[in-house]
Design a protein around this ligand. Sequence first.
Ligand SMILES: [Zn+2]
Ligand SMILES: [Zn+2]
Length: 255
Amino acid sequence: MRLTFLGAGTSTGVPSIGCSCETCRSDDPRDKRLRVSILLEHDDKKILVDTSIDFRQQALRAKIDYLDAVLITHCHVDHVFGLDDIRPLNFRHGAMPIFANEIAWTDLRRIFRYIFNPTHFGGGLPQLVPHIVTPNAPFMISENLTVTPVEVIHGKLPVIAYRFNDFAYATDLNFISEESIDALQGLDVLVLDCVRIKPHSTHLGLSEALDYIKRINPKRAFLTHLNHDIMHQRDSNLLPENVLFAHDQLVIEPT
Ligand SMILES: [Zn+2]
Ligand SMILES: [Zn+2]
């Protein structure tokens, strides 16, 4: 399995517009963060999690020329506003399966009304085959790749974390239930939300993230959705040995 971090940044991206803090002025490429998204490749399958607002740039940078499926964690701007940019892949390969939970589908159909209730003919709309995911109801992308949706809470919003065999991606959350912690046991790699050092009302701060990592106990963990309070080199010494900050264009073999 091969995991590419297409973006590891919070909703504003880093640098943040108009900001002159130390991180936003940093020359370290690991401090340049597009909005969160990952590409997962396993055997011949390629899966995108979230069509971030930076999807076009991320797809060009990672040379994405094909996708088997798009999985959506939740319908917030930073995670879905690149949806229209899957059209070039549709032009070449046809309609694409897209997975999201019911609450995200309600918002996707409202926000992208022009896609789901087209009012005019032509114009090159995204071609999507919608699928609804249900927490703890696994589905197969291929014989060797089982995807288990795991519900986590982002403020008040139920968000879907996705487990792929023994790798899991859990972003945009500030609470994980006991049941979901159980569903995340036995991981080789966990990618987890950590928006900043201090606590936050809808995301994990660093100490909350490290507490969940202790309870979930993956072999390795990567923190993502990072804002400009976190400077990669300066703050890496705050992390235990098996935990790292993610960064854009980082490629790992999670399992
Ligand atoms: Zn987000
Ligand atoms: Zn800044």
